[in-house]
Design a protein around this ligand. Structure first.
Ligand code: ADP
Length: 520
């Protein structure tokens, strides 16, 4: 319907009014036509006198069909109206009919009433609305009619129900979260706490937690520490503590607590505290560290002590060989067996010395010093001279930095990587090894790149595990410990080691080495 027609629809007895009264009437007509609120006016008996465009649109009826009729039951919910009628009857002690009176009895007494109702569209769909009914009175105070203004509150209701759902979900999470969750205001008082947090207090105190600063139940030193961490979170936005605590209910725990500052929509500042009981985890770590230490000590003792009998086998084999002299030279089978013995002893010696190195890593890690990588690489080049000559190898590097670390261990990492780069070179091709360094803000990154046989992608992780080899000892000799040593050393220094490689093209081993305090 056009605006013009709608204005006609809400026409009242305009001609009977004086000229000066026509302006407010026109203004009212304009408001009724342009507002999104549904506006319906009636006379004192409920006969519709006007029905605006929004009401037409929202309820599906035409003003021209309704003006002059008593119709509220068309769009109201009869069950809801009946319930309200009963309520009002009880409230005022009079019989209120479940009809038009239900909407006017309160406005008659109090001037107006705002209430939420369910409204029915002509097509049988419904929507929630907030209806304000106001009495229209003449100058003598007599009621000349009622104005009903309905606001469609579908969106508001949806938001309210979303909020309710979100609250329900939050409560579910909070009630079942084993972490201790709490919110403190700027006076350090608890304003929210989850079930787990409340359970930390004796039964008789649990209903008093909200409003507590929580420190009331702790020893003064502990309490002051809590507050200090609260203050830190308020000032810096975040604080974290790892501590042994005796809770008010008597349990002893290792607790990891994070406090995070936040602001509510009014700009008020709070801290959210999340404390996690890590007692079990700490115990496991301690047990694991303990058994690791014992295992490493065991490996150290074994490899150290087994070296002596192996040295005896080697040296007495040499003595026996010279003692037998010509006899052995002529005995092909004896010579073969003899070689098995000496090769086996030398392999076992290599293996033991690698295991010894591996088990010593944690012991040596503390000894840090300034290490010149240029000098280190020069020394490695000298030590690998025989292998380099055999493989026509070359180690290329320039402008290497000075870094902080354990010199022996840095030597081991570079030596193992370079040794492998030459050892796993391609048959009949010169082994070229490029060593490079790259500086980052808080770390160094080194790479040892070769033009060798390469490694299949599926073995990229495996080769760093202890005793993992991709070749038989008659193809390439080795113990399968070199890269495990590199990994352990690099990781103990806080770095990472990884490989990039393409089969038959070459490999590049990279490792990062965090800078120490002295370098930052
Ligand atoms: P080892 O060399 O004693 O066998 P490592 O731990 O040093 O033990 O290396 C493990 C395995 O990784 C090697 O057996 C080899 O298969 C592979 N590998 C290591 N370095 C390279 C390399 N530069 N090129 C190709 N393969 C390599």
């Amino acid at each position: 319907m056009s605006k013009k027609k709608q204005l006609d629809g809400i026409k009242t007895s305009k001609k009977s009014l004086g000229e000066d009264l026509q302006k407010p009437l026109q203004l009212m007509q304009a408001i009724m036509a342009s507002t999104n609120h549904l506006m319906i006016s009636t006379d004192p008996e409920g006969i519709v006198t006007s029905f605006n465009l929004a009401a037409e649109r929202q309820l599906g009826y035409k003003a021209s069909n309704l003006v002059g009729k008593k119709t509220p039951s068309l769009w109201h919910d009869s069950a809801e109206v009946a319930v309200r009628a009963k309520e009002l009857s009880e409230k005022y002690g009079i019989e209120v009919n479940p009809g038009f009176d239900v909407f006017t009895i309160v406005p008659q007494r109090e001037g107006k009433e705002t209430r939420e109702w369910k409204f029915w569209h002509k097509d049988n769909s419904s929507f929630p609305g907030s209806l304000t009914v106001t009495c229209i009175r003449d100058e003598l105070g007599h009621i000349t009619g009622y104005l009903g203004v309905i606001e469609d509150i579908t969106d508001r209701k949806k938001t309210e129900s979303d909020i309710l759902e979100a609250r329900k979900f939050l409560k579910l999470v909070n009630d079942n979260n084993p972490d201790y969750v709490f919110v403190k205001d700027k006076d350090f008082k608890i304003v929210e706490a989850n079930k787990a947090f409340i359970s930390l207090y004796p039964k008789d105190k649990q209903d008093k937690i909200i409003g507590y600063t929580t420190v009331e139940e702790y020893a003064p030193k502990e309490a002051e520490y809590f507050l200090e961490k609260d203050r830190e979170a308020f000032e810096k936005g975040y604080s974290r503590t790892l501590e042994n605590i005796e809770f008010p209910n008597g349990t002893m725990c290792v607790i990891d607590t994070q406090k995070i500052r936040f602001e509510n929509s009014k700009g008020e500042v709070y801290i959210l505290g999340i404390a996690r009981d890590i007692t079990e985890k700490q115990k496991l770590i301690e047990n694991l560290t303990d058994s690791n230490e014992k295992l490493e000590y065991f490996a150290y003792i074994c490899s150290h002590d087994l070296q002596e009998p192996l040295r005896m086998i080697s040296s007495f084999s040499d003595l026996l060989k010279s003692h037998m002299g010509d006899k052995l030279e002529k005995d092909e089978v004896g010579k073969k067996y003899f070689k098995f013995i000496t090769d086996g002893a030398s392999r076992a010696q290599n293996l033991l010395s690698d295991i010894l190195e591996y088990s010593k890593i944690d012991k040596d890690i503390q000894k840090k010093e300034k290490v010149n990588i240029n000098n280190l690489l020069k020394a490695i080049t000298n030590d690998l001279e025989i292998l380099l000559n055999k493989k026509s190898g070359k180690i290329v590097y320039q402008n290497m930095p000075e870094i902080f670390g354990n010199k022996t261990q840095l030597y081991q990492v570079f030596q193992n990587l370079i040794n492998n780069a030459i050892k796993y070179s391609k048959e009949g091709e010169d082994a070229i090894v490029n060593v490079e360094a790259q500086e980052f803000n808080d770390s160094w990154q080194f790479s040892v790149k070769d033009n060798g046989i390469g490694v299949e992608k599926r073995f990229f992780d495996k080769i760093f595990d202890i005793f993992q080899r991709l070749h038989q000892k008659n193809e390439y000799n080795g113990t399968g410990i070199g890269l495990a040593i590199c990994k352990k050393i690099v990781e103990r220094h806080g770095g990472k080691i990884w490989i990039e490689s393409e089969e038959n093209v070459g490999s590049c081993f990279n490792f990062s080495w965090p800078k120490s305090k002295e370098e930052l």
